[in-house]
Design a binder for this molecule. Structure first.
Ligand SMILES: O=C(O)CCC(=O)C(=O)O
Length: 249
């Protein structure tokens, strides 16, 4: 990270990195997401699961990385890894991945905060160093304007000393700010920050990919079926494998 990124990440809990994916790559990822959206639940590729019931507002697909080799390239986007490496003190792994489709009226509820401390998503900054137990990269693939119900965050809430006095409804929190972005950008944030989304009022489908990097010794989050298959470990490059690997030694 450069000095400005480090300052912003610590102050706000996130940074936006512009243009990390070329448009041809985004177009291809969108084609695959569109195709997956049309498939019945039981015809998804192996290891890819609709782990929350699909509603008319939202579709959540776990292990999206297993859907096609095109998703492997997002494991080690250099600008993202640069942030993740620093805020994980060099000891990190890609822990899980998923995709979310948000249709009209969809909204992601608010969750996480500096208080209470979450055992899998805490944040510390001390003596010029940052340690974030879980750090996520959001890759907007389609429609991330405020009207589309873009990602939203309460800047600084990863350091809050007081529990959030508002409900999990994003509309209830006066400190929530939208983070509109373009396909090809990345938002990298510490999971300890209170986050969710705005409401999709445009009716355009917002598509997002989430690549979630934990401290290196944290096992896969098997909740919501989030885990890597042996097949994936065989398909990725050596350096990507090093990013996926559980660092128990
Ligand atoms: O809608 C969003 O971008 C937020 C999703 C989210 O908070 C999550 O998956 O944990």
């Amino acid at each position: 990270m450069d000095d400005a990124q480090r300052y912003m990440f610590d102050l706000q809990g996130y940074v936006v990195i512009k243009n990390v994916l070329p448009s041809a790559q985004v177009t291809r990822l969108k084609e695959i997401l569109d195709e997956l959206e049309r498939r019945p639940k039981d015809e998804l590729p192996p290891h890819v699961v609709e782990s929350k019931p699909r509603t008319e507002k939202m579709l959540y697909i776990s292990n999206i990385i297993e859907a096609a080799p095109e998703f492997h390239a997002l494991i080690d986007v250099p600008e993202v890894i640069d942030v993740v490496r620093e805020v994980s003190l060099g000891l990190f792994r890609l822990n899980h991945t998923y995709a979310i489709y948000h249709w009209k009226d969809a909204m992601s509820s608010l969750h996480m905060a500096g208080t209470p401390i979450h055992p899998k998503a805490s944040y510390t900054a001390k003596n010029g160093q940052i340690f974030s137990l879980l750090t996520k990269a959001v890759f907007p693939i389609a429609n991330h304007s405020v009207e589309d119900g873009c990602f939203a965050i309460v800047p600084g809430s990863h350091k809050s000393e007081f529990a959030r006095p508002f409900s999990d409804d994003p509309l209830s929190d006066p400190a929530l700010v939208p983070v509109p972005t373009e396909p090809g950008d990345a938002i990298v944030f510490t999971e300890a920050t209170t986050h969710g989304s705005y409401k999709n009022v445009s009716g355009r489908c917002r598509q997002s990919l989430f690549y979630c990097y934990s401290v290196g010794y944290m096992p896969d989050w098997t909740k919501l079926g989030l885990s890597f298959s042996d097949d994936l470990y065989k398909q990725v490059s050596k350096s990507q494998l090093e990013i996926l690997r559980l660092k128990i030694t």
